[in-house]
Structure formats: C-alpha cells, structure tokens
Ligand binder design. Structure first.
Ligand code: AMP
Ligand code: GLY
Length: 422
C-alpha cells in the first residue's frame, strides 16, 4: 500500500513514523514534510493547502491512502475532492470540518443539541459587543469565529480589556474575515484534557487521552502557542470522567452531525474542561492534535493502518486498539522568540547522539536540510518524546535527551507533565 501524509509538523512526523511501521505499507510519501520526515519517507514539495496540487500528486503517484494532518486543507475541501474521485482519504469533509473552522457553527450546534459547553453570545459589531459585555461577569473569553492559527482566543479580565479585544477582531480586523463574527463566552475553571476519537460517521473509538501545555512559559505563563508539550495518559481525567465525556459529549456530537447532514469521519478532537458541573467542551478540532499526537502515537501498540481504514470504511465497531501501559511525554523545543518573531536557519546539534536512546523519538516540526546540516525553519522545531514506566520516568528520559540537543536561541518549558505527578 502506498500512503501519502499531508503536512509538515511534529504531528505529521509522528504519523509517518507510525505508518512506516505497518507491514501493509510499501511506500510512504509526505507533502511537504520536513527534515525528520525526509529521513523515513519521500517528501514532495506540495504545500498542505494546495488542494489541486495534493490531488494531482495523489493521482499521478497512484496513492492508495492519503492521511491529512492540518485543519486548513480539511476546511478547504480536500477530502470532498478526493471522495468525488473515489480516492481514499482520512479526514472529514469540509461541511463537517466546520466544527473547527467556525466557532459560531460549533457553539450553535452544541447549544441546539444540549451538549455541555460554556454559555455564550455571538456578536457581529463592536457596539453589540460593548453592550453585551456590560451584562457579563469577568473574566470572559473572546474567540474569533474562523481559523486564526491558534491565536484567536483571548481571556479578558476587565470590561475595557474585553471591549479592546472585541473591537480589534470586529473593527480592526486583526484576524481578517475570521473575525467578522466573534463568540463571547463564559470563563470555565478546571483541568483541561484533550480527548481524541476516531469517528466513522456513526461509531467512535476513543484514543488514550493527552494533555497539552498551550502557554509559552513555565507555570502556564506567557502567551498562547500551538502547544509546548504534552503527556499521556492524563491522571486528572478519571475513568468516570471519560465515560461522561463519551456519553455526554462525543456520542451526542457524532449524532448531531449526522442529523445536520454533516456526517463526521476522521479524528474528532474534543478540548475538554473538567468543571465542577462535569466535563464541558472548550473547542473541537477536526484532526489529530499537535503535540498531543506525539505521545499518543508513541503509546499506540496496534498497527495504525487498520484503524485509519476502519474509520474510512465505517467499520470501527470491529476495531480494537492495544496501548502501551507506559506513560509518554513530549517536550517541544522552540525557536528563540516563538510564538512571536523568530529567526530561521539555525543549525541543530545533537540529533545523532539522541537517536541512540531507544525510549525516545525526536519528532521534527520546523526543520529543513541545508547542505549536510539540519537547520531550523519554523517556530516549533522539535518534539522530543519519550516513554517511561511513570510520568516521572518518561520526563527523565525526555529531559535527558533534550539536554543533548541545541540550537541558537532554543527555548522550551522545563515543567511539562509536572502537573500530572501531583
Ligand atoms: P480554544 O482554542 O477554544 O481551545 O482556546 C484555547 C485555550 O483557551 C483553551 O485551551 C483554554 O485554555 C482557554 N479557553 C478557551 N475557552 C475557555 C473558556 N470558556 N474558559 C476558560 N478557558 C478557555
Ligand atoms: N495542541 C492543540 C491543537 O492541536 O490544536
């Protein structure tokens, strides 16, 4: 079987790494990939949002299965185009990808189907926002409707702060048309967890949970990022919580999507807040999380290909997964300045030395080859991921590996998964 993975991040490197281990796979392509992916798959220079380019590539290469990493090609209709041509692809169609592509759609669906989430109001003008904000309790959370590369969410502590953020989105258009509408929602308090499930349109198969660390600095301080590290399993999410997440959130959402004629296939990623009233939806993503996928994939013992195929074919009911009981931790090494401005082209040292440790995998994100060197090419550069008998042991493995790697300006959080040891 010939497989194509779309994307160039750490999530995609982890997927390629796992797919490569399947005895069913004979050839593996990535578009566009990165330096790490290039060491185990053939990378083709087609951007992950070039729908026509990806379609032409899959057709001319006679790819048997395409797996999509990021959200942009999903909301732009990559899966629709493949399915119309009867080409096999893993991911939701564009009308189902709206769950991530539009927060207004997502929140309205949740409200309509009584699925637990924070109370909210949709507004489309700065005046309406200012009016509504006079009636709310602070802090309040303001979200741009459309995709904003993970930067579209602000937690505002005061009325003035909130009015400023709302008018930035609605009037100054800091996120372009993604901010034509905004969601103003109640602030929830609790532990967060990412619960990912494969969904085949009707059935769902839940993967092991993970927890992300969205803030740039230790102690959950600093600006939001795409994710600075993750771990799995999540001790804060009890078995009883997980049952509630499935029964009260995931199953009703899959049913709701069918009822709305937006049948959902692919990975459904629920960002959950475990509140005192029970689990509530913070957001949905329509794809594997990054960096959550790195520790989750490292713990998956089963071949991933049957899982991807059962999802596409509506056969998840018959699918079972075997998990490594050990814990996995992923620490992201980022470029100096990330998530703000950063320089590229810094040589990365220590990769060969780390490759010798058997419990650690270094998943590349923003990396590229320059002559015989591996250099940085993005904000999040590497996701050092390791297994251990406990979270603490996995942390030790990972931070030992991290200490062998260096590049100019490198920064990372020292407290990934510390929360899970309490
Ligand atoms: P989102 O992209 O919607 O998940 O938001 C990004 C982050 O903002 C989440 O991971 C939470 O940490 C935080 N957040 C989003 N919505 C809320 C909310 N209603 N209450 C508290 N924190 C939130
Ligand atoms: N780590 C959060 C995300 O993938 O959106």
């Amino acid at each position: 079987m010939k497989v194509l993975v779309v994307g160039s991040g750490g999530r995609e490197h982890a997927l390629v790494w796992k797919i490569k281990q399947s005895p069913r796979v004979t050839e593996l392509l990535a578009a566009p990939g990165n330096a790490g992916i290039a060491s185990i798959a053939r990378c083709v220079e087609v951007s992950s949002d070039d729908i026509k380019g990806l379609f032409d590539l899959a057709r001319s290469e006679k790819v048997d299965l395409t797996v999509v990493g990021p959200e942009a090609p999903l909301t732009a209709g990559l899966v629709d185009k493949f399915e119309e041509a009867r080409m096999r692809i893993f991911g939701p169609r564009s009308n189902a990808a709206e769950l991530e592509g539009s927060k207004v759609f997502c929140k309205s669906l949740l409200r309509k189907h009584a699925i637990p989430t924070a109370g909210f109001r949709v507004v489309t003008s700065a005046d309406a926002a200012a009016d509504y904000l006079r009636s709310v309790a602070f802090p309040v959370v303001i979200k741009a409707d459309g995709l904003a590369a993970g930067k579209g969410v602000s937690i505002c502590n005061t009325y003035e702060d909130a009015v400023y953020v709302a008018s930035g989105m609605l009037e100054k258009k800091i996120f372009g048309s993604a901010g034509d509408k905004i969601v103003i929602e109640d602030h929830l308090v609790g532990e967060e967890a990412s619960v990912l499930a494969c969904v085949d349109g009707r059935n769902l198969l839940v993967l092991e949970a993970a927890q992300d660390h969205k803030r740039a600095l230790d102690g959950d301080k600093g600006p939001n990022t795409g994710g600075m590290g993750a771990y799995s399993p999540v001790p804060a999410l009890s078995e009883a919580d997980m049952k509630r997440v499935i029964a009260e959130i995931l199953v009703p959402t899959v049913h709701a999507m069918r009822k709305e004629d937006r049948t959902y296939k692919g990975v459904l990623y629920a960002g959950i807040m475990l509140t005192r009233q029970g689990p509530k939806v913070l957001e949905f993503n329509v794809r594997f999380g990054d960096p959550e996928t790195q520790p989750i994939i490292m713990r998956l013992k089963s071949d991933i290909i049957p899982l991807l195929e059962a999802t596409i074919d509506g056969k998840l009911e018959a699918c079972e997964l075997e998990w490594d009981r050990r814990a996995a931790v992923c620490v992201v090494l980022a470029s100096g300045g990330y998530p703000g401005k950063y320089e590229k082209g810094k040589q990365i040292l220590g990769l060969t030395e780390v490759a010798a440790s058997s419990n650690v995998a270094v998943f590349h994100a923003g990396t590229t080859r320059s002559g015989d060197k591996t250099v940085t090419s993005g904000g999040r550069v590497l996701g050092v991921t390791g297994l251990g008998q406990t979270i603490a042991a996995a942390r030790d493995e990972v931070y030992k590996a991290v200490s062998m790697i260096s590049f100019d300006g490198m920064h990372y959080r020292k407290d990934i998964a510390v929360k899970a040891m309490k």
